[in-house]
Design a protein around this ligand. Structure first.
Ligand code: GDP
Ligand code: MG
Length: 437
């Protein structure tokens, strides 16, 4: 978005007319970008009106640009943020969670991811396959569950989904499971049969929570689909899937708005670990393509380990090797490593498309390297290695790695240091800007 706005106004701006027409171009560009990301046209028009009312007669184009960006961002965030308390299962209780959604939306996949998420948090979780509609549905769930080591229930012979869900829930209830997840079937279209089946299962198992799984790639159709589902199964949460593809997920904004139901997780791939808790700000940032910087800042801030100094340094525009070392150590504790690595600018590329194990391995070697540095080196901005290159060899030898690997780390730390500087100057210029209208 930022790029679009900048491209839209590259000519010289001198008069009020110039400013006005530049703003018109910006608004058009933004509108086009949002609609391309599947944001509802009506929403876009509302947004434009809102922006215009906030700009007033300000003549400073730079200030206007920032106001526009801020209004667009804040408005979209508030649309996907329902401010309701999202579903939190309670340990020691029987939480029955029912999954609904169209065929292919990603129910079975998300069920397993959801199960793993809570199993890792100490819940005793069981999966029930109530999809008797599609051939192979039980096998799919069985395969997923086995891989993730989660107990499951299903039947090859029983064709009544209501009976299967009841039997499965009863079985796990008796065995004192904390969470029983029921995967239901879907149809290609929103069909009366499907909704009838959903209602009957709902009345039989009386779920604590119903989750609708929504495929981000269906675009604008998300709105009507969610509405139809909401009418027959009063779901309390949404899981948005396939955000790893081309879909930007703008349709989901309308789905949330029209059902007033929060998104709780997003699916970002076919594998079990491709599952993240939903965060309105980062979702909208991605949708708008706003710089990774902000995301990085939030990420640095969200790591509330003992890294206060690192954050402070970063905000002062500094990032030493010592900061880098601390960050690496934190990352090692967080796992799954490869995903975290991808989230850090430059790191993903550096790690290349290697597997989890290899990534962990490389990260470990990075930690070894930094462990072999002296305090003086760690506290430095890294240029000490440029001035005295023999230090590189010493560190490589001490850590059992190569000079090349040491240089890679230095390069990366320099990149982060540059980023810290860049962020600081951005913050400084923002601090100097007049506060909103
Ligand atoms: P269901 O019919 O609703 O149960 O959908 P499935 O769970 O069987 O998923 C349908 C297809 O979408 C499968 O090929 C999944 O691997 C794929 N899928 C599910 N979630 C995601 C996701 O977040 N990203 C991607 N790329 N594929 C997904
Ligand atoms: Mg399924």
């Amino acid at each position: 978005l930022g790029r679009r706005i900048n491209n839209a106004v590259s000519g010289a701006i001198s008069s009020k007319e110039d400013v006005d027409s530049a703003i018109d171009v910006m608004l058009k560009e933004i509108g086009r970008a949002l609609i391309e990301s599947d944001v509802n046209v009506k929403l876009v028009l509302n947004l434009r009106t809102k922006i215009k009312s906030q700009l007033k007669d300000n003549q400073d184009l730079q200030v206007n640009k920032r106001i526009i960006q801020k209004v667009v961002f804040d408005e979209l965030v508030s649309l996907v943020d329902t401010k309701t308390e999202p579903f939190k299962p309670k340990k020691g209780k029987t939480n029955i969670v029912m999954f609904v959604g169209l065929q292919g939306a990603g129910k079975t996949t998300s069920c397993t991811k959801f199960a793993v998420y809570y199993q890792r948090r100490g819940f005793k979780v069981g999966l029930v396959c109530a999809d008797t509609f599609r051939a192979g549905a039980f096998d799919q769930l069985k395969q997923n569950a086995t891989k993730a080591k989660i107990p499951f229930y299903g039947s090859y012979t029983e064709t009544n989904p209501i009976k299967v869900s009841k039997d499965g829930v009863d079985k796990f209830k008796k065995e004192k499971f904390d969470m029983i997840i029921v995967d239901t079937s879907g149809r290609h279209k929103q069909e009366a049969d499907l909704f009838q089946e959903m209602i009957e299962i709902d009345q039989t198992i009386k779920p604590t929570q119903t989750i609708m799984v929504l495929d981000a790639s269906i675009g604008q159709a998300a709105e009507s689909q969610s509405k139809a589902f909401k009418d027959s199964s009063n779901f309390g949460s949404i899981i948005l899937t396939k955000l790893d593809g081309h879909a930007k997920g703008g349709g989901a904004i309308s789905a949330v708005a029209v059902t007033n139901t929060p998104i709780i997780f997003i699916g970002t791939g076919e594998h079990i670990q491709d599952f993240e808790t939903f965060n309105p700000k980062s979702f909208i940032s991605k949708l708008l393509g706003i710089g990774d910087l902000q995301g990085l800042m939030e990420q640095v801030e969200s790591m509330n380990f003992d890294n206060k100094d690192t954050i402070e340094n970063f905000q002062k525009g500094k990032f030493t090797l010592n900061d880098f070392q601390k960050q690496m150590q934190m990352l090692m504790k967080m796992g799954p490593i490869s995903q975290i690595a991808q989230a850090i600018p430059g790191m993903g590329d550096m790690m290349g498309q290697v597997g989890e194990e290899e990534t962990t391995n490389r990260l470990k070697r990075m930690v070894f390297i930094m462990d072999s540095m002296t305090k003086k080196e760690l506290d430095s901005d890294g240029y000490i290695f440029v001035r005295e290159p023999e230090r590189i060899l010493r560190v490589a030898r001490g850590s059992g790695t190569s000079a090349f690997e040491v240089e890679m780390i230095l390069q990366q730390q320099r990149m982060m240091a540059n980023m810290a500087q860049h962020t600081k100057s951005m913050m400084d210029s923002q601090a100097n800007m007049p506060k909103g209208p």
